[in-house]
Design a binder for this molecule. Structure first.
Ligand code: F6P
Length: 323
């Protein structure tokens, strides 16, 4: 293998830049030529592909976002789109590609590799959601939960000052890892997750009980993917049933996606970037490189994207127990 490329795709996550840097620097150190593809699959389709030298990735390890930019490409879902992408990769004589992204990225790479097996794709898990199978942690998760935790800590100050009940919505379209971890870390009264059936009656009972016991400031962390609806809808329902509560809603939104990556994020992203290049050189393809129990693990793209680790029920129980 002489020439490889790297791209980021789907929602950006803190640590993606550290991973781009590791892919570039380790590729160059192994004697490969390294190219960057801008804006994910969109750039592949448009041929937005350029050489990355050592200095191109200087001073980016500490930055959130992605210097390669990212996109959710609709055209890559089409046969024609993937054909254009293939032709552009061939034109640049790219033999191996590192895809940094989440489930959508790997589903796309899986389809592409079935059609064009002569270009090897290897992935690293880049998403704040932690919703991929084959890695204990995805690149971006640690930073995102710390960002959300700090935000909820601030909300707690004002909730206590006013005796208010806050519904705080955190990201996680299909998975509640961010919600569960931040709920435990902030001592929230309750957490609503997509993985469990939300019983609003039971939640109201618990909140009313707290109210009677003079505990009037409460935090309920709502995962955006919870089936009972978003934080506003749930808050409206509770307000209707419990007019005595002073209720506020905070949607943390995209602040969770940005910011400087934490130390462990940078280490994970660097290690996975290096191992992805090693995997390409060793002839591996169509796999995501993850870290499980500190060991490097390769998981086929379709498995990594289809499933994710189970939410630990002990942690869910802990939220109730410690509230
Ligand atoms: O996939 C990561 C994620 O941050 C989800 O938690 C969230 O639902 C989604 O991306 C938001 O994506 P966008 O920024 O494209 O609206």
């Amino acid at each position: 293998m002489k020439r490889i490329a790297v791209f980021t795709s789907g929602g950006d996550s803190p640590g993606m830049n550290a991973c781009i840097r590791a892919v570039t620097r380790s590729g160059l150190a192994m004697g490969l030529e390294v190219f960057g593809i801008r804006s994910g699959y969109e750039g592949m389709i448009e041929g937005d592909i350029y050489p990355l030298e050592k200095n191109a990735v200087s001073n980016i390890i500490q930055l959130g976002g992605t210097i390669l930019q990212t996109a959710r490409s609709k055209e890559f879902h089409t046969v024609e789109g993937r054909k254009k992408a293939y032709q552009n990769l061939r034109k640049h004589q790219i033999e191996g590609v590192v895809a940094i992204g989440g489930d959508g990225t790997f589903r796309g790479a899986h389809v592409f590799m079935q059609e064009y097996p002569d270009i090897a794709f290897v992935g690293t898990p880049g998403t704040i959601d932690n919703d991929l199978f084959g890695t204990d942690f995805t690149i971006g998760f640690d930073t995102a939960i710390n960002t959300a935790m700090n935000a909820i800590d601030n909300i707690k100050d004002t909730a206590n000052a006013h005796n208010r009940l806050f519904f705080v919505e955190v990201m996680g379209r299909d998975a509640g890892f961010i919600a569960l971890n931040t709920a435990i870390a902030t001592g929230a009264e309750a957490v609503l997750l997509p993985e469990t059936t939300t019983d609003l009656g039971k939640l109201i009972e618990q909140l009313e009980n707290n109210y009677r016991n003079k505990k009037r400031a409460s935090i309920v962390v709502v995962s955006e993917g919870d089936e009972a609806g978003g934080a506003f809808k749930i808050a409206d329902h509770v307000k209707e049933k419990c007019p005595q509560f002073d209720i506020k809603v905070a949607i943390l939104g995209h602040i969770q996606r940005g910011g400087r990556p934490s130390c462990s994020e940078r280490v994970l992203a660097s290690r996975l970037g290096l191992e992805a290049v090693r995997a390409l050189v060793a002839g591996k393809k169509s796999v995501m490189v993850g870290e499980v129990n500190k060991e490097i693990v390769f998981t086929p793209f379709d498995h990594a994207a289809k499933k994710h680790q189970e939410i630990n029920p002990v942690l869910i129980e802990m939220v109730d127990l410690l509230a």
